[in-house]
Design a binder for this molecule. Structure first.
Ligand code: ADP
Ligand code: MG
Length: 246
């Protein structure tokens, strides 16, 4: 694999993750390489237990690899100390989980504005959070707590929270896994719309072949290894389109 280029939003080199002790070691990830150019999209697919979530956690710097490197916008993620890594995550990365992971005692508005507070330096975070909630179709529901929102609405709040900081990279782990098909399709539509408008790079884990096919490239994992032929080089894209917010 060639070295980092300015165009790469994220690069993983020789990522390995081993768990367990000397008696019973399990290679959860074994020599995974990938790169995604800025504004591009990558789907990670593979059977349950193949290491998809572990890989996503490493790409986000939420977990440490046994060996290997991740570069986010050219920054060597695991060469940073934990505080610097957390800062980078708060300012440049969005994460969407299968099970939403909203904060139960905060209303939708404050779930979203919290992301801006953590990133720091935001001008009028409540107004920005309100605008973002309107953007995902939740105007008028700002003051509802997650417990009284449907699954689809909760995932909209999670999308608003992930996109409100305008992250360069958005990671999503089976974002439609807990939604019915119709609701899931609307969430995916919204996810790609926001990606296009903000020029975000997208890495998502999915079981859905249709969703994977909408991404520029697909990486297939099997028992922690990239399936031969499943290692993506960046798809050649035309000039990134200027984000146009509607
Ligand atoms: P996927 O998201 O593809 O379903 P995961 O990344 O969640 O897969 O897990 C891959 C495998 O690694 C599973 O067999 C899981 O049980 C195992 N695993 C992941 N993390 C740990 C850990 N910290 N300790 C032990 N086993 C783990
Ligand atoms: Mg998983």
């Amino acid at each position: 694999m060639s070295s980092n280029s300015d165009q790469d939003a994220i690069v993983a080199q020789h990522l390995c993750k081993t768990v367990g002790d000397a008696g019973a070691r399990l290679a959860v990830l074994d020599d995974v390489n990938l790169r995604v150019t800025r504004g591009g999209s990558l789907a990670i697919v593979g059977p349950s237990g193949s290491g998809k979530s572990t890989l996503l956690g490493l790409l986000a710097g939420l977990d440490l690899p046994s060996s290997g490197k991740v570069f986010l916008d050219g920054v060597d993620l695991f060469a940073l100390d934990e505080d610097a890594r957390a800062r980078l995550r708060a300012t440049r990365l969005g994460f969407v989980f299968q099970n939403f992971q909203l904060i139960g005692h905060l209303d939708a508005l404050h779930n979203v504005s919290l992301a801006l507070d953590i990133a720091g330096g935001a001008d009028a975070p409540l107004r920005q959070a309100r605008d973002m909630l309107a953007r995902v179709g939740l105007a008028g529901r700002e003051h509802r707590k997650p417990g009284v929102l449907s699954g689809g609405e909760q995932q909209r709040v999670a999308l608003a929270r992930a996109f409100v900081t305008r992250p360069g990279l958005l990671l999503a782990d089976e974002p439609t896994g807990n939604l019915d098909a119709a609701t899931g399709a609307r969430i995916i539509q919204l996810l790609f719309e926001l990606q296009r408008q903000q020029g975000t790079t997208l890495v998502l884990v999915t079981h859905d072949p249709e969703l994977a096919a909408r991404c520029d490239a697909v990486l297939e994992l099997h028992a922690g290894r990239v399936t031969p032929g499943g290692a993506p080089e960046p798809a050649h894209r035309s000039e990134p389109t200027e984000p146009s917010l509607s």
